[in-house]
Design a protein around this ligand. Structure first.
Ligand code: HEC
Length: 155
Protein backbone atom coordinates (compact mmCIF):
# COMPACT_ATOMS: atom_id res chain seq x y z
CA UNK A 1 0.00 0.00 0.00
CA UNK A 2 2.75 2.40 1.03
CA UNK A 3 4.61 1.55 -2.14
CA UNK A 4 1.53 2.20 -4.27
CA UNK A 5 1.09 5.62 -2.69
CA UNK A 6 4.76 6.45 -3.15
CA UNK A 7 4.45 5.40 -6.78
CA UNK A 8 1.38 7.53 -7.26
CA UNK A 9 3.13 10.48 -5.64
CA UNK A 10 6.12 10.06 -7.93
CA UNK A 11 3.84 9.97 -10.96
CA UNK A 12 2.10 13.12 -9.73
CA UNK A 13 5.41 14.92 -9.17
CA UNK A 14 6.62 13.85 -12.57
CA UNK A 15 3.41 15.10 -14.17
CA UNK A 16 3.80 18.39 -12.29
CA UNK A 17 7.35 18.89 -13.52
CA UNK A 18 6.39 18.04 -17.10
CA UNK A 19 3.52 20.54 -16.81
CA UNK A 20 5.88 23.17 -15.43
CA UNK A 21 8.12 22.69 -18.50
CA UNK A 22 5.17 22.97 -20.85
CA UNK A 23 4.13 26.21 -19.21
CA UNK A 24 6.99 28.16 -20.79
CA UNK A 25 5.11 29.83 -23.61
CA UNK A 26 6.58 29.78 -27.13
CA UNK A 27 7.20 33.52 -26.80
CA UNK A 28 9.14 33.03 -23.56
CA UNK A 29 11.08 30.09 -25.01
CA UNK A 30 12.36 32.36 -27.79
CA UNK A 31 13.14 35.12 -25.31
CA UNK A 32 15.02 32.75 -23.00
CA UNK A 33 17.06 31.04 -25.70
CA UNK A 34 18.13 34.40 -27.14
CA UNK A 35 19.06 35.49 -23.62
CA UNK A 36 21.14 32.33 -23.16
CA UNK A 37 22.99 32.84 -26.43
CA UNK A 38 23.49 36.56 -25.73
CA UNK A 39 24.89 35.77 -22.31
CA UNK A 40 27.34 33.29 -23.82
CA UNK A 41 28.24 35.95 -26.38
CA UNK A 42 28.93 38.49 -23.66
CA UNK A 43 31.23 36.04 -21.89
CA UNK A 44 33.01 35.13 -25.13
CA UNK A 45 33.57 38.85 -25.66
CA UNK A 46 35.24 39.21 -22.27
CA UNK A 47 37.66 36.38 -23.02
CA UNK A 48 38.34 37.74 -26.51
CA UNK A 49 39.30 41.18 -25.14
CA UNK A 50 41.78 39.62 -22.76
CA UNK A 51 43.39 36.80 -24.75
CA UNK A 52 42.87 37.60 -28.45
CA UNK A 53 42.64 41.37 -28.83
CA UNK A 54 44.60 42.03 -25.61
CA UNK A 55 42.84 45.38 -25.24
CA UNK A 56 42.13 44.47 -21.62
CA UNK A 57 44.83 43.02 -19.40
CA UNK A 58 44.63 39.29 -18.77
CA UNK A 59 42.77 38.43 -15.59
CA UNK A 60 42.73 34.64 -15.05
CA UNK A 61 39.86 34.79 -12.55
CA UNK A 62 37.61 36.72 -14.94
CA UNK A 63 38.47 34.42 -17.81
CA UNK A 64 37.71 31.35 -15.71
CA UNK A 65 34.38 32.85 -14.57
CA UNK A 66 33.44 33.60 -18.16
CA UNK A 67 34.43 30.09 -19.32
CA UNK A 68 32.39 28.53 -16.50
CA UNK A 69 29.34 30.59 -17.48
CA UNK A 70 29.60 29.47 -21.12
CA UNK A 71 30.07 25.85 -20.08
CA UNK A 72 27.11 25.94 -17.68
CA UNK A 73 24.77 27.43 -20.27
CA UNK A 74 25.92 24.94 -22.88
CA UNK A 75 24.83 22.17 -20.47
CA UNK A 76 21.62 23.79 -19.27
CA UNK A 77 19.27 21.94 -21.60
CA UNK A 78 18.54 24.75 -24.04
CA UNK A 79 16.94 22.20 -26.36
CA UNK A 80 13.82 22.62 -24.22
CA UNK A 81 13.55 26.17 -25.59
CA UNK A 82 12.99 24.98 -29.15
CA UNK A 83 9.48 23.67 -28.62
CA UNK A 84 6.56 23.61 -31.04
CA UNK A 85 5.43 27.06 -32.11
CA UNK A 86 8.90 28.61 -31.78
CA UNK A 87 9.88 28.17 -35.45
CA UNK A 88 8.71 31.68 -36.34
CA UNK A 89 8.23 35.05 -34.66
CA UNK A 90 5.70 34.95 -31.81
CA UNK A 91 4.16 38.05 -30.23
CA UNK A 92 6.95 40.54 -29.56
CA UNK A 93 9.68 37.95 -30.06
CA UNK A 94 11.60 37.94 -33.32
CA UNK A 95 13.52 34.73 -33.98
CA UNK A 96 16.32 34.08 -36.44
CA UNK A 97 16.16 30.31 -36.17
CA UNK A 98 15.98 28.44 -39.46
CA UNK A 99 13.12 25.94 -39.75
CA UNK A 100 15.71 23.25 -40.61
CA UNK A 101 16.82 23.27 -36.98
CA UNK A 102 13.58 21.51 -36.03
CA UNK A 103 13.99 18.85 -38.70
CA UNK A 104 17.57 17.77 -37.95
CA UNK A 105 17.55 16.91 -34.26
CA UNK A 106 20.45 14.40 -34.36
CA UNK A 107 22.67 16.96 -36.09
CA UNK A 108 21.67 19.68 -33.62
CA UNK A 109 22.50 17.34 -30.73
CA UNK A 110 25.94 16.71 -32.28
CA UNK A 111 26.60 20.43 -32.71
CA UNK A 112 25.45 21.14 -29.15
CA UNK A 113 27.69 18.37 -27.85
CA UNK A 114 30.63 19.87 -29.76
CA UNK A 115 30.04 23.17 -27.96
CA UNK A 116 29.76 21.48 -24.57
CA UNK A 117 33.05 19.62 -25.04
CA UNK A 118 34.87 22.68 -26.38
CA UNK A 119 33.55 24.76 -23.47
CA UNK A 120 34.81 22.15 -21.00
CA UNK A 121 38.26 22.37 -22.62
CA UNK A 122 38.08 26.14 -22.31
CA UNK A 123 37.31 25.83 -18.60
CA UNK A 124 40.26 23.44 -18.17
CA UNK A 125 42.62 25.83 -19.99
CA UNK A 126 41.32 28.82 -18.02
CA UNK A 127 41.71 26.89 -14.80
CA UNK A 128 45.37 26.27 -15.64
CA UNK A 129 45.69 29.99 -16.31
CA UNK A 130 47.77 29.37 -19.42
CA UNK A 131 46.95 32.22 -21.78
CA UNK A 132 48.09 30.46 -24.95
CA UNK A 133 46.02 27.37 -24.15
CA UNK A 134 43.04 29.62 -23.44
CA UNK A 135 43.56 31.26 -26.83
CA UNK A 136 43.46 27.91 -28.63
CA UNK A 137 40.49 26.61 -26.64
CA UNK A 138 38.63 29.89 -27.18
CA UNK A 139 39.09 29.56 -30.94
CA UNK A 140 37.70 26.04 -30.82
CA UNK A 141 34.61 27.16 -28.89
CA UNK A 142 34.09 29.92 -31.44
CA UNK A 143 34.21 27.35 -34.25
CA UNK A 144 31.41 25.35 -32.62
CA UNK A 145 29.24 28.47 -32.26
CA UNK A 146 29.83 29.31 -35.91
CA UNK A 147 29.19 25.75 -37.11
CA UNK A 148 25.66 25.88 -35.74
CA UNK A 149 24.98 29.46 -36.82
CA UNK A 150 26.07 28.73 -40.39
CA UNK A 151 23.49 25.97 -40.60
CA UNK A 152 20.63 27.01 -38.38
CA UNK A 153 20.66 30.78 -37.81
CA UNK A 154 19.45 33.28 -40.35
CA UNK A 155 21.77 36.14 -41.26
C1 HEC B 1 23.26 24.19 -31.64
C2 HEC B 1 23.22 25.46 -32.31
C3 HEC B 1 23.91 26.68 -31.74
C4 HEC B 1 25.09 26.76 -31.06
C5 HEC B 1 26.06 25.64 -30.71
C6 HEC B 1 25.27 28.16 -30.74
N1 HEC B 1 24.24 28.90 -31.22
FE1 HEC B 1 24.04 30.91 -31.07
N2 HEC B 1 22.22 30.79 -31.93
C7 HEC B 1 21.65 29.65 -32.44
C8 HEC B 1 20.33 29.95 -32.97
C9 HEC B 1 19.37 28.96 -33.61
C10 HEC B 1 20.12 31.31 -32.76
C11 HEC B 1 18.87 32.12 -33.11
C12 HEC B 1 17.92 32.07 -31.90
C13 HEC B 1 16.62 32.81 -32.15
O1 HEC B 1 16.64 33.92 -32.75
O2 HEC B 1 15.57 32.27 -31.76
C14 HEC B 1 21.34 31.81 -32.11
C15 HEC B 1 21.51 33.13 -31.73
C16 HEC B 1 22.65 33.63 -31.15
C17 HEC B 1 22.85 35.03 -30.77
C18 HEC B 1 21.84 36.17 -30.97
C19 HEC B 1 20.88 36.19 -29.78
C20 HEC B 1 19.78 37.23 -29.94
O3 HEC B 1 19.50 37.94 -28.96
O4 HEC B 1 19.18 37.33 -31.02
C21 HEC B 1 24.10 35.12 -30.22
C22 HEC B 1 24.76 36.37 -29.66
C23 HEC B 1 24.66 33.78 -30.24
N3 HEC B 1 23.76 32.91 -30.81
C24 HEC B 1 25.90 33.47 -29.73
C25 HEC B 1 26.39 32.17 -29.63
C26 HEC B 1 27.66 31.84 -29.06
C27 HEC B 1 28.64 32.84 -28.48
C28 HEC B 1 27.78 30.49 -29.13
C29 HEC B 1 28.93 29.63 -28.70
C30 HEC B 1 29.51 29.88 -27.41
C31 HEC B 1 26.58 29.99 -29.77
N4 HEC B 1 25.76 31.03 -30.06
C32 HEC B 1 26.37 28.66 -30.04
C33 HEC B 1 22.20 28.41 -32.47
C34 HEC B 1 23.38 28.03 -31.84
Amino acid sequence: MKIAIAGALCAALLAASVTAQAEVSPEDQIKLRKAGYSFMGWNMGKIKEQVIDETVSYNPDQVLAAANAISAISKSGMGALFGPGTETNVGDQVTRVKPEMFENTPDVITLSGDLTRAAENLVAAADEGDQSKVRTAFGEVGQTCKACHDKYRQK
